[in-house]
Ligand binder design. Sequence first.
Ligand code: ZN
Ligand code: ZN
Length: 462
Amino acid sequence: MPGFGQGFGNGLLPQPLVFAKIIVSGLINYASGGNGSFSPVNCAIASIFDEGANVNGTAGTCCQDEYSYQAHYNQLLFHLNSLILMNELCNRVLNGFVVANTVDHFDVYIVRAIVSQHQVKKMSMKVAKWYNNKDIRIEEMPTPKPGSFEMLVKVIACGICGSDIVEWYRLPRAPLVPGHEIGAEVVEVGESVKKFKPGDRVFIAPKVPCMQCDYCRREQYPLCSAIKERLPGGFAQYVLVTPALIENGAYHLPNNITYDQSTFIEPLACVVRAQRLAGLQEGQTVLILGSGMSGLLHVKLAVANNCRVIATDINTMRLERARSLGAQLVINAADGNFEERLLEENQGPADAVILCTSALTAIDQAWKCLDQGGAIVFFAVPDPDKTVTIPINELWTREIRILTSYYCGPPDIIEAIKLLESGAVKVDGLITHRLPLEYIQTGFRLVEDGRESIKVIIQPNL
Ligand SMILES: [Zn+2]
Ligand SMILES: [Zn+2]
């Protein structure tokens, strides 16, 4: 007899014992004609749930003594699961009740009605559907059922990324369920999935490259033309993980990485890649323009790699945060004499500049504060309707490298997991808000506003 863990106990039903009690008392009530006593007729119904009962309609063992909820509830859950599967095949749901195929079997009708109410509960989940930053709706969607090569994960934590609030980037695909910084627990696996089992703690990447095309062979994973994307996203109670994602986009979480910390894996992986592209070496100076969530992660990684860090922003709270994380010099980007101050206080230009803001003024500052032979990395970019003027003549003679960095690849994700696991990059101090799914609109407002938040995490199953 399967135990609790294989039935509803996978977290899909919050209070199984209460549920079992409702079912049992509902059956007893129905079968006894409402007076609480047992008759041969009610045993036919009770027997559906109890293998020990006599299925011919005469009194079964379950009815001879007082019914023990505790002793039978595991059994009930198992049978109810089977009934749900049966129901899926032969009935349709009307307002939460199932229309029985025949009214002759009224007992089955009742059982199915009870089951179907819970079927509706089990088969649907809450998701946050994004129409734009001001219009995010909590909607019900069918909970996906994993096929043989798929698995279902329960989202425990999902971070709101700076890119989630960039409307020009997201709107062409709206409405959509966003969320790509996912820490989750495996709740169901298809029979052919061997890599994971229910209960495993995982990080699920938003996209996986094919690992075979020319781009992938050159480690330009974000350019892979056969990239597989996970949709819907992590602002949902459950996420279906497809075979390609299981193969190359799902990672076991080490025990000492919490679900909240796991929401930093993807952004940190992007930061790892950007700094690698910049060729940043130990002892070099990096200027990080913009000290929001991604800017601060850049500060943390550069400090961990023993680089000298200069951070800027126009928000003093963020500048203080950058300083407390180890930036040697912080400068308010709104100050009139920004470039002079930087060159003076740093005693020279930076070896690399990483742009973590979409502000056009920051790009001008980048050219002026970068040493010859250095690299400028566009980690964030201005809106598409903005034009960036490049002083190419000047940059040409100074051999400045202009780079872009978009997303990350599997090696970067592995590196990010190692950095979090070892404690080389600590992220707990960056978490400012944890919110249930229903408050996601507030979460987006906090990230968009940016004055009081750094990292906002949504917990869809709170
Ligand atoms: Zn992101
Ligand atoms: Zn590829």
